[in-house]
Design a protein around this ligand. Structure first.
Ligand SMILES: [Zn+2]
Length: 399
């Protein structure tokens, strides 16, 4: 028996996005964002001023929940403390998750007071990641005001503990594996997006020697000698640019005083790549250099792995519906070219569960993770419109 399947030809991505932009209801939603600029800024500041260090997100979660309760959403928490608000679709569309993390890197008890000057808002955490929390709230209001229904469910996911190991997103993506079609992590970003997660390993390599006074018999030398030789050789290793990879030695230490040979000299190593094979290969070459230099100086090596998160690359994601649609949305907003290859955020948790995912954000900010953190105000409104368009292009607008 011969069976013939015909596929309805969808219009190209750019045309689909253009049709959404031309929809009168979508224009009304965009106008709603413009008319509520002051309210958006006030709410953004109010959320920012509720500090939420990793693992201490509850107060901020309750505050965001109180804002979400004004709209027609299914609201719940999961076992990781993630706050999940679902705007149900009419059916027949994909489940689209938009994630913004609630936690900040600032210590518990820090009093945060935002200041606005010269078109920027200054406050720790205002950008990373509160700007994206506010962007989601603003799109929910705009969709409601314009009475827009989507086919697929829009899931607004406010995650815990991104900064300290992505445990919130890991829990959610593990619990919802197979139930999520697209996962958009809003974290950093404005003009572009990434579609893979970079692998990051941090090490501390120690050379252990006998130590001694400056005037003690030499050799043995200070453990700083094999360390210096090893560092010079490690920087001569070829680090590929494709797949995108980086290596940095940022910290080092020897003895506590000038008149002692170091008995323990150590340096940090930050090794990154979108390919786990590249990380493994460089790790082996570096271990060989450390061993050789330790032997040459008659010392030993000890390596501590401080933290490790694997590269998250989903085969085919570059050519996926999500990436193509996100590309069309960014271009429609005038962001061109928009595609970067790898980020390091909750998107990795989704990719590692096999969920098609990208990462982007709603506005340009500076000084993330510093007390001087600040964001430009004006571009956020454009960024919110971009997120709105992305929500509609992915979930599908009900005619
Ligand atoms: Zn972040």
């Amino acid at each position: 028996m011969l069976s013939i399947t015909t596929f309805a030809q969808s219009p190209p991505y750019a045309e689909q996005v253009k049709a959404i932009q031309d929809d009168a209801r979508v224009q009304a939603a965009i106008e709603h964002i413009d008319k509520n600029r002051d309210g958006i800024l006030r709410e953004w500041i109010a959320i920012t001023e509720v500090n939420a260090p990793s693992k201490h997100e509850q107060e901020r979660a309750k505050f965001i929940e109180s804002l979400l309760r004004k709209y027609k959403l299914d609201i719940r928490y999961d076992s990781a403390g993630n706050l999940i608000a679902t705007r149900k679709g009419t059916g027949g569309g994909p489940v689209v998750v938009f994630d913004a993390h609630m936690d900040t890197v600032f210590q518990p008890g820090l009093k945060i007071k935002a200041t606005v000057r010269d078109g920027r808002v200054y406050a720790p955490g205002v950008g990373d990641d509160t700007r994206n929390i506010e962007a989601l709230l603003a799109t929910i209001r705009a969709l409601d005001a314009a009475k827009i229904k989507t086919k697929g469910d829009l899931v607004f996911l406010f995650t815990t503990d991104e900064e300290a190991g992505m445990t919130g997103a890991k829990q959610y993506t593990q619990d919802n594996k197979g139930k999520v079609d697209y996962y958009i992590a809003l974290d950093g970003g404005y003009e572009g997006f990434t579609y893979a997660g970079i692998g990051i390993n941090w090490y501390r390599h120690h050379f252990i020697g006998p130590g001694g006074h400056t005037r003690s018999r030499t050799p043995p030398y200070s453990a700083t000698l094999p360390m210096a030789r090893a560092i010079a050789r490690i920087y001569e290793l070829r680090v590929p640019t494709n797949p995108s990879s980086n290596l940095n030695i940022g910290m080092l230490s020897g003895s506590e005083v000038p008149n002692a040979k170091a008995a323990d000299a150590w340096f940090s190593l930050d090794l990154r790549s979108t390919s786990n094979e590249v990380i493994d290969d460089l790790e082996k070459k570096i271990a060989a250099i450390l061993d050789e230099e330790a032997k040459r100086a008659g010392m030993t090596v000890k390596t501590d792995l401080i933290s490790s998160s694997p590269a998250a690359v989903l085969p085919g994601n570059r050519e996926s519906h999500l990436v193509k649609m996100a590309e069309a949305v960014h271009r429609a907003m005038g962001f061109d070219p928009p595609i970067g290859n790898a980020g390091s955020n909750n998107s990795s948790a989704a990719l590692l569960q096999g969920i098609s995912s990208i990462s982007t954000g709603a506005g340009p900010c500076s000084d993330a993770h510093a007390l001087t953190e600040n964001c430009e105000i004006e571009p956020l409104y454009k960024g919110i419109k971009k997120i709105l368009l992305l929500e509609l292009a992915l979930a599908g607008v009900v005619p």
